[in-house]
Design a protein around this ligand. Structure first.
Ligand code: COA
Length: 251
């Protein structure tokens, strides 16, 4: 499945999330000062402390917008004020809602890059999302040697040079979305599983070393958030319905 650049729509007033649906929200991290202040007021003490630790004001305000937007979006599904929401973290840092606020039901994951964040939401299923900007000057083949599997390296090198950087960043988001969905971060060796990467090939987890059943447990979805960015959602099970919403910051 693929969500093209024109898939990002305004959300309906009455938002519902069916069991077989995935919602992905695109959030611009460049917001007005008044939006920033409103969002900051919804953050918890530990989130405000984390925001204060950013050295540069831009990093600080982007963290506030991404966390504040996450809270505002989750509050729409739960009908709870956004500042009341509380998060738990697994041992690898993956945030979830506390169980009393539906953490076992409403699942989410967040990724940010440059001035954009994506927030993926589903019910009862593990989910991960990753967004990256395509950098044509990045030493893709060298970095792929260090992090990608041997199959991925072979596939990448077989592509014409002008397609390699997009394929590299696409592959990167597929790998990151999968490890973020599992929630164990980089404790999962990145070179021990394969994802598809060739242009035009559907996003897929192809093989996981020593775990032949694993690949069929996950669906990967390709998202095009902007013309110079790539993104992937990984979700447990099948994905039959995907909605992509644009968060406006007006609430
Ligand atoms: C979380 C992780 C997996 C990805 O982080 P990242 O790509 O740098 O950043 P993203 O913007 O995509 O994701 C960060 C968000 O993921 C969430 N997150 C944190 N830990 C997580 C985990 N273990 N699993 C899932 N999500 C996690 C948080 O919401 C975090 O946002 P916050 O910092 O505002 O709270 C991180 O462990 C990491 O360091 N990745 C290394 C990147 C790398 O070397 N990749 C090689 C690619 S082939």
């Amino acid at each position: 499945m693929i969500a093209a650049l024109d898939s990002w729509n305004s959300p309906p007033q009455n938002l519902t999330l069916d069991i077989n649906e995935i919602h992905v929200w695109r959030v611009s991290l460049a917001q007005t000062e008044s939006c920033l202040q409103s969002l900051q007021q919804t953050l918890s003490t530990d989130e405000r402390t984390k925001a204060e630790r950013f050295h540069f004001p831009k990093g600080r305000s982007q963290f506030i917008v991404s966390r504040g937007a996450l809270r505002e979006i989750l509050s729409r599904y739960l009908n709870i004020n956004s500042h009341i929401l509380r998060f738990d973290y697994n041992p690898y840092g993956k945030p979830s809602l506390i169980a009393a606020q539906g953490g076992n039901t409403l699942r989410f994951n967040l990724s940010h890059c440059r001035e954009m964040a994506l927030i993926a939401i589903t019910k009862n299923r593990d989910i991960g999302v990753d967004i990256e900007g395509i950098n044509p000057n990045f030493p893709c083949l060298e970095i792929a040697e260090r992090f990608f599997s041997s199959l991925e390296n072979t596939l990448l090198r077989s592509l014409p040079e002008h397609l390699q950087s997009t394929a590299f960043f696409t592959c990167w988001t597929r790998k990151e979305a999968y490890i973020k969905a599992v929630g164990k971060g980089l404790s999962i060796p990145l070179n021990q599983f394969d994802v598809s990467l060739a242009p035009g090939e559907p996003a897929a987890l192809l093989n996981v070393e020593d775990n032949p059943e694993e690949a069929s447990r996950w669906s990967l979805i390709e998202l095009i958030p902007s013309s110079d960015m790539v993104a992937t959602v990984a979700v447990a099970g099948d994905c039959s319905k995907l909605h992509c919403w644009q968060w406006t910051g007006e609430f």
